[in-house]
Design a protein around this ligand. Structure first.
Ligand SMILES: Nc1ncnc2c1ncn2[C@@H]1O[C@H](COP(=O)(O)OP(=O)(O)OP(=O)(O)O)[C@@H](O)[C@H]1O
Ligand SMILES: [Mg+2]
Length: 945
């Protein structure tokens, strides 16, 4: 399933990777690069002359009927070596060479020709209609070549459509070599993890490309304990992450990273990996977009990639040297892949950062999904997920950080307390935080702009935003210093240590603000304007940006005065001759001469020609072009000065860009101030608006929640016309080695209670306040869920098999610090077997694993009965039930109504009220009657034996 949001095109690509197909056609862009480079010296590819280029080649001599060259036929020529009965000109041959490299069911090949991107041959036939383009044919001597195209400035739009169809894009940009030869190398291969186009990305979320380095032979039992290397980056940002893990932890780490694309070696048996046949958890890999990739036979040593990092070479190399063998392996694969996908794109990363898994809460892949942390189970939407309720950030980078925290809560008590402290002081300084939020709103994503500037993709507006953002950081800094609350000052001021160390950032900001003219940025500049047009009304820079620019702008203003005077002079003359219409002073795009463009009737032209000293250059029915020496001289002068101004502007901008890039490390170091303050103020807003409390977080084993709530369900109930006005809060008190068994009617709120406790634990450990009146949480290392019976069609497993797989993982991996949420285990098989499996699982988790267990079931009485034989388990287990009230709003028994009050009280519910629920759901009355009668028979022992 592919989701295309308004700005998000490709987060997870849920389509199945067909492993065989991928192995057969490995991702390899070296071949076309080489083939094109080899041709560079010969290429004279200009579209107009292209058809003629076949002249010097061997000809068939046959006069054949015009033939459309189909994709299939080309494949045959290429694959079988059969001699084609068509010969391509050199231009088309090079295009065909590229197109043939990429199977059209996986790739869209977009080749730039002039100011268009075009699709040729089988690519055009296959994709033109999907992209909404007209399929045309280029007619050559004896054949036709299918093609389709669009203007180059619409590239992002078409990439978006191709991505929406699950295709990768091969972009070949037209370039001119130093020898003035036009070449079209593969400039980038756009995959979900290598997106650099702004329109295709949502910067509220990270877009990670993840390389995984498995053990040499992962399909052996002893490989389970072996190390696995992971390395991931977001090409739009600068962090470079590495991690060493093992098979048990791999999926939890992938869930946390939430990559858009995963690189796995070509030679691994992908079938055994992603079907989960070999190691069940890996079945989850199918949810991700997987690219197969292996290093080239001659690969670059990792240390030679030091130039891909922004720090000095020695430091980078020593850091790379310290990576473990597996981490280094993954890093090398990732860097090679990036080199091949984005050969011309400058990527400079921060020093490799190792994630320390033991400082992060392990959220099982199932749990992240079942708890709907960042997206809903059904539809995969953000709305309705926890993130959508708690995210009150006002910057993209803040939102990105909050998402990251949500998928990897901390287990570091000090870190959690630090974040809580911010909420605490913010809650005592409402006015300060409101002002802070107003300032944060005006900031920009520094890291992203630095990356864009590095690649000359940043525009003036972005430079200006960057300049203002630095000013705003300074303003916030001053605001903090001046805050009367010393607690706040002492807490927040250390955040600005780095900022204070870099006065150069302030001068950069000053020079940007003093240089770029914000007025012109508001004017929509037509970037496709005719280069030969003369009057340039909008300059990007202020005239004060340099003395030379001031002088040039002055000169230009003088020329413009002369220009206005000339117009007046001409108008007066024209009027004298009886000509009333308008005219324009332009530069003729065809002849490049400066002319007076007049649009009027023939009669008027005649009077102008007869009465004035104008030279008639061109004449049509409705227009004429005249030439005068005066305009030719003035126009030439204006054009000259305009070009001088543009050159000077470009020089000044490149100076700014150079300064900015020389400060890129510093900029990246101060960027976290904004995102951190933004997330903390988002926590503050949430706590304030929803009445959250500060949980006590420590290293104890306690889990005590007083009057806890489920924020998402609570939000859903708001304003809904139901019997229940508000969310019913419920308490929970667990400890290691204790379990709560929750029973109650269907719809009673069992699952909600289970989930709300897991969510409260996660909220507490990301540093947020929690929805309760009081909470004490001893650090939880892992959260597991086993919720609902869902078939996993991807894995070809039945509901029960999935249920058992997931339960096995919890039974195996939970510790005394873990929280396990088990909802209706055993309902996917026969009743007695289901009950015994549920009972055994509960016993194992509580007694053997000593973990904290919340266990919802409809088998309450049965489990209670079984426990009579195990006093230890009985002692460690509490039974709770959700309550239900019957009310009469009429005189007849039929007027009886069930009210779910969702209150949890001690006890075991023996009744699921399934019939009442079925009735509420509109069950046909005779079917319901039969069910009731059968129930009576069944419970009276009629069906025994
Ligand atoms: N504490 C609560 N306060 C208010 N409404 C609640 C509460 N808990 C649950 N609900 C409402 O009841 C609905 C059903 O809750 P839930 O799915 O948790 O019931 P359940 O006991 O697990 O049912 P089943 O046995 O059918 O799985 C929820 O969608 C929610 O609208
Ligand atoms: Mg339920």
């Amino acid at each position: 399933m592919i989701r295309v949001g308004p700005k998000v095109v490709f987060r997870r690509f849920h389509s199945l990777v067909n492993p065989r197909q991928v192995v057969r056609i490995p991702l390899n862009i070296r071949a076309p690069l080489q083939s094109i480079q080899a041709c560079q010296n010969k290429e004279q590819a200009s579209l107009d002359e292209a058809p003629e280029e076949g002249k010097g080649r061997k000809k068939t001599g046959k006069k054949t009927k015009k033939k459309t060259v189909q994709g299939d036929e080309i494949d045959q020529f290429g694959d079988r070596g059969a001699k084609p009965d068509v010969e391509f000109t050199y231009f088309y041959q090079t295009l065909k060479d590229i197109v043939d490299q990429y199977p059209e069911d996986q790739y869209v090949v977009l080749i730039q020709v002039g100011s268009f991107y075009e699709l040729y041959f089988q690519q055009a036939e296959k994709h033109a209609s999907m992209l909404g383009l007209t399929l045309s044919k280029r007619v050559l001597k004896n054949h036709e070549i299918p093609f389709a195209g669009f203007p180059d400035y619409k590239l992002e739009k078409y990439l978006q459509i191709a991505f929406g169809q699950g295709l990768k894009a091969v972009v070949c940009d037209q370039q001119t070599t130093a020898q003035n030869v036009i070449v079209r190398p593969v400039t980038r291969l756009v995959t979900p993890g290598t997106i650099i186009d702004e329109a295709l990305r949502d910067y509220h979320r990270t877009n990670y490309l993840l390389a995984i380095q498995f053990p040499a032979d992962p399909f052996k039992k002893d490989a389970l304990g072996q190390k696995i290397g992971m390395c991931w980056v977001d090409v739009g940002l600068s962090q470079f992450h590495v991690l060493e893990t093992n098979m048990n932890e791999l999926m939890a780490n992938i869930t946390r990273i939430n990559p858009s694309e995963i690189l796995i070696a070509n030679d691994l048996d992908i079938d055994s990996l992603i079907t989960g046949k070999w190691f069940p958890e890996l079945g989850e890999l199918k949810k991700y977009y997987i690219s197969r990739y292996s290093l080239p036979s001659v690969s670059t040593p990792l240390l030679d990639f030091a130039n891909r990092f922004s720090e000095n070479k020695r430091l980078v190399q020593s850091r790379l040297d310290k990576l473990s063998q597996k981490e280094a392996g993954a890093a090398k694969v990732l860097l090679h892949y990036l080199n091949e996908c984005l050969p011309f794109y400058k990527l400079s990363f921060d020093l490799p950062k190792r994630s320390l898994p033991n400082t992060l809460m392990h959220i099982d892949p199932r749990a992240a999904q079942d708890l709907e942390l960042t997206e809903t189970i059904v539809g995969g939407f953000r709305t309705g997920a926890l993130a959508s309720i708690i995210d009150k950030t006002c910057t993209v980078q803040g939102s990105r950080l909050l998402n990251t925290w949500l998928l990897s809560p901390s287990t570091d008590v000090e870190e959690i307390r630090k974040r809580q402290k911010y909420i605490e002081v913010f809650l005592n300084n409402h006015i300060f935080v409101q002002e802070l939020i107003q300032l944060l709103r005006k900031t920009t994503d520094l890291g992203r702009i630095v990356r864009r500037a590095d690649n000359k993709r940043a525009d003036m507006g972005e430079y200006l935003e960057l300049g203002h953002t630095i000013m705003i950081i300074d303003e916030i800094h001053k605001m903090v210093k001046d805050c009367p609350d010393k607690k706040l000052v002492n807490l927040v001021l250390p955040l600005f240590e780095k900022f204070k160390e870099y006065p150069a950032l302030m001068s950069l900001s000053q020079s940007i603000i003093n240089t770029i003219n914000p007025q012109t940025l508001r004017v929509k500049i037509d970037t496709n304007r005719n280069d030969l047009e003369v009057l340039r009304k909008y300059w990007f820079l202020r005239p004060t940006a340099s003395p030379k620019l001031a002088e040039l702008r002055d000169k230009y203003d003088q020329l413009e005065l002369r220009f206005q005077a000339l117009i007046q002079q001409l108008s007066a003359k024209f009027e004298k001759c009886g000509y009333q219409g308008g005219f324009n002073l332009i530069r003729d795009p065809r002849t490049t001469d400066f002319v007076i463009d007049v649009r009027s009737s023939r009669k008027s032209f005649k009077s102008l020609v007869d009465n004035m000293d104008l030279q008639l250059r061109e004449r049509t029915k409705s227009s004429a072009k005249f030439w005068t020496m005066e305009w030719q001289t003035l126009g030439t002068e204006m054009l000259f000065v305009e070009q001088e101004i543009l050159r000077e502007e470009e020089r000044i901008i490149s100076l700014i860009r150079d300064t900015l890039l020389s400060l890129s490390t510093e900029l990246r170091q101060v960027a976290p101030i904004i995102e951190f303050l933004d997330v903390c103020s988002s926590f503050y807003l949430l706590a304030w608006e929803k009445g959250l409390v500060k949980p006590t977080v420590d290293r104890s084993t306690k889990f005590e929640i007083e009057n806890g709530r489920h924020l998402v369900v609570e939000e859903g109930l708001r304003g809904r016309v139901t019997g229940v006005e508000n969310f019913t809060a419920n308490s929970c008190a667990l400890d290691s080695g204790r379990g709560w068994v929750i029973t109650g009617p269907n719809m009673g709120g069992k699952s909600t209670f289970l989930r709300q406790n897991a969510l409260i634990a996660i909220l507490a450990q990301i540093g947020s306040y929690v929805p309760a009146t009081k909470a004490h949480i001893g650090i939880i290392d892992k959260v597991f869920t086993r919720v609902g019976a869902s078939d996993n069609i991807f894995r070809h497993q039945s509901s029960f098999m999935v249920e058992m797989n997931e339960t096995a993982i919890i039974l195996r991996d939970s510790t005394e610090r873990s929280l396990a949420i088990v909802d209706e285990l055993g309902r996917g098989t026969s009743a007695v077997e289901g009950i015994t499996i549920a009972y055994a699982s509960l016993s194992h988790l509580v007694k053997n694993k000593n973990c904290k267990v919340l266990f919802a079931t409809h088998f309450g009485p049965e489990i209670h009965k079984l426990m009579k034989d195990d006093k230890e388990l009985e002692r460690r287990t509490d039974f709770y039930q959700t309550t239900l009230t019957r009310i009469h709003d009429g005189d007849l028994p039929i007027d009886e109504k069930l009210i779910f009050d969702h209150k949890l009280i001690p006890g075991i519910s023996s009744h699921s009220h399934a019939f009442e629920i079925a009735q509420l759901a509109g069950f046909p009355s005779d079917a319901l009657e039969l069910a009731r009668k059968t129930y009576v028979k069944a419970t009276s022992g009629l069906y025994k034996d």
